[in-house]
Design a protein. Structure first.
Length: 315
């Protein structure tokens, strides 16, 4: 049986800043399993423990207690093997040399990973083309836009063809167009069979690219769930969006058992909040029977679930 890309058991990490002060608990009893080929979201507010977990998996930090394996390698007893299996992409400028060109940056990292020079040259040109950087490959990185730098970051992370890619807030500070390009690159990377752990504050980003998400707060995991079922499981509600229903019909629907709210969202449109087994089907049946033809069902958004579990202030 193939080992998972990530497997942690009761993983913990504390920091001792001053001798007489109590230690700071950054991670507590984290048990997580991420399968190979998965795009997995790690969601939580600032200080939740996302970056600490990333650093433990990347072998930058060692755990205080518990265990962690990356692609079958224990991060403590087989650190070198684990490190070769993983690459980390942070947001910002860390990991790039602004006075070097994109091609020189990738060449440096290829040499650092010990790639054969001929293979490295081919890999560099492939990645520059893949991330639309070939026409600027000979320019210094300090002349690049933020979006171009982040695409170069991703190319740098992939230079060694790692099995696991750790992305820590990679679209932070990007405009919507550049963020969209980078998310498309995440999907293409996953299609290559690589595993991605994506730490993000962006709920829309997690919904768009992740198959499952893990919510973390104050160093502890809250839950892990599929993005398709998370809202229904946590909030127990679904919604029906309808166009073309009159006030009288909406009033009748609003009085049905299990309908918790009917909200007008525009001229001729409304959102119906439904709770309880089988209730969505009953609401749809009554709407269609009344002649409404424009309806669709939606689960609660990931953002709603996040706010419900973590709170607007991050716990």
């Amino acid at each position: 049986m193939t080992s998972p890309a990530i497997a942690t058991q009761a993983l913990g990490r504390t920091f001792q800043r001053r001798r007489r002060e109590p230690p700071i608990v950054a991670l507590r009893d984290v048990t997580l399993r991420v399968e190979r080929g998965e795009v997995h979201g790690l969601l939580g507010p600032n200080g939740a423990g996302k970056s600490t977990l990333m650093r433990l998996l990347a072998t930058i930090l060692l755990p205080t207690c518990g265990s962690a394996q990356v692609c079958g390698y224990d991060v403590v007893t087989r650190t070198a093997d684990a490190r070769r299996s993983v690459a980390v992409v942070f947001g910002g400028d860390r990991g790039l040399y602004p006075r070097l060109t994109a091609r020189e940056n990738l060449g440096y990292w290829a040499a650092l990973y010990g790639l054969d020079p001929r293979r490295a040259r081919a890999r560099i040109e492939e990645l520059l083309g893949r991330f639309s950087l070939l026409d600027r490959a000979g320019d210094r990185v300090e002349t690049y836009s933020t979006g171009m730098r982040q695409r170069l970051h991703l190319a740098r992370g992939l230079i060694s063809a790692p099995d696991l890619l750790l992305l820590d807030e990679p679209t932070n500070g990007l405009d919507p167009v550049e963020a969209g390009k980078l998310r498309e690159a995440f999907r293409e990377t996953a299609e290559d069979g690589r595993t991605i752990l994506l730490a993000t504050h962006d709920m829309a980003e997690a919904e768009a690219v992740c198959g499952r998400v893990t919510l973390i707060n104050r160093g502890s995991l809250i839950l892990t769930e599929s993005t398709d079922t998370l809202g229904r499981r946590v909030l127990g509600t679904e919604r029906v969006e309808v166009v073309g229903a009159g006030d009288e019909l909406l009033g009748q629907v609003g009085r049905m058992p299990g309908v918790t709210a009917v909200v007008r969202t525009g001229p001729g449109s409304a959102r119906i909040e439904v709770s309880g087994p089988g209730m969505v089907g009953r609401v749809l049946h009554d709407l269609v029977d009344a002649g409404v033809t424009s309806v669709r069902t939606l689960p609660p958004s990931l953002e709603e679930v996040y706010l419900h579990l973590v709170g607007a202030g991050g716990g």
